[in-house]
Design a protein around this ligand. Structure first.
Ligand code: KIV
Length: 311
């Protein structure tokens, strides 16, 4: 081992600076792609932390990936807050964005601000995300006005997928792309610091992104946005079944987990686990004394059992 290798091996890992809005803006200005991933609990957030991502989104996709709902629609604010607080405990460096669930912000500015504040106060989020343009633009402006950074989300917005005709790419006609562009500009004017583009043709996303000053994060929107986001459970292959076209799997953890739990089951049934290396030892004299005590106890117990009913 060379002297340089020895120094590198013994040096503690470099401490990364906390990601702030300025960090993100600087990276965008430098053309450095931003990395965002979802997380929903302490272990997934810890993985994101160690992997050095820039942003962690506690997405309402957690409704499906970790809570087992059929869509993102049913998840409640309470459930999302619990997931976000757990993710917070696994993070020190990335910016933490909490996804406002369906029904928690659309009704009024007051309701939107109140729920956004809960994500900051109770779960420790740095920012919140909401879906759609239209009336969500006013909600975004209100939350930003209350001092909370907001990330918008346009294109395929799963909370209102039914109204969009299902889970399919958006902005595929000139008319739809114009609408998307208007929503994006309105959300930027409302003060959003970033915008997610989901399932939008790459060239449409690129054309709109270059007309925006704020950060753009793509998922199924090509490579021209300032950054990318993927769902933790999708990219690791924890979820199974049909995957959207834009998902790339970097691992097949589900299969590995099933195989590992299967091996554990086999070893328990075959009495191969636990082995001596997984068991605690006791001093022989302590064990002998314990057994002597039990022998005497059992004599006493046996005599106890010999009692006869009165009369
Ligand atoms: O909930 C989520 O995971 C999201 C991302 C796909 C952007 O909204």
């Amino acid at each position: 081992m060379s002297a340089r290798q020895r120094i590198t091996a013994s040096a503690p890992p470099a401490k990364r600076a906390t990601v702030t809005l300025s960090t993100l803006a600087e990276k965008k200005a430098l053309g450095e792609p931003l990395v965002m991933v979802t997380a929903y609990d302490y272990p997934s957030a810890s993985v994101a932390e160690e992997a050095g991502v820039d942003l962690v989104l506690v997405g309402d996709s957690g409704a499906m990936t970790v809570l087992g709902y059929p869509s993102t629609v049913p998840v409640t604010t309470e459930e999302m807050l619990m997931l976000a607080a757990a993710a917070r405990r696994g993070l020190t460096t990335p910016m933490l964005v909490g996804d406002l669930p369906f029904g928690s912000y659309e009704g009024s500015d007051v309701e939107a601000i109140k729920n956004a504040q809960r994500f900051v106060k109770e779960a420790g989020c740095d920012a919140v995300k909401l879906e759609r343009g239209g009336s969500s633009v006013d909600r975004a402006r209100a939350i930003v006005g209350a001092g909370i950074p907001v990330m918008g989300h346009v294109g395929l917005t799963p909370q209102t997928a039914t109204a969009l005709g299902g889970y399919k790419a958006q902005g595929k006609t000139a008319r739809a792309a114009i609408h998307l562009h208007e929503d994006a500009l309105a959300l930027q004017r409302a003060g959003c610091f970033a915008l997610v583009f989901e399932a939008v043709p790459a060239e449409i996303a690129a054309t709109i992104a270059e007309r925006l000053d704020i950060i753009t994060i793509g998922i199924g929107a090509g490579g021209a946005t300032s950054g990318q986001v993927l769902v933790f459970h999708d990219l690791l292959g924890i979820t199974t079944g049909h995957m959207a076209k834009f998902v790339k799997r970097y691992a097949d953890i589900h299969e590995e987990m099933v195989a590992a739990v299967g091996r554990y089951g086999e070893e328990v049934r075959g009495r191969g686990f636990p082995g001596p290396e997984h068991s605690y030892a006791v001093e022989p004299e302590e064990l002998a004394e314990f057994r002597r005590y039990l022998d005497q106890e059992s004599l006493v117990s046996k005599s106890d059992w010999a009692w006869e009913p009165l009369g």
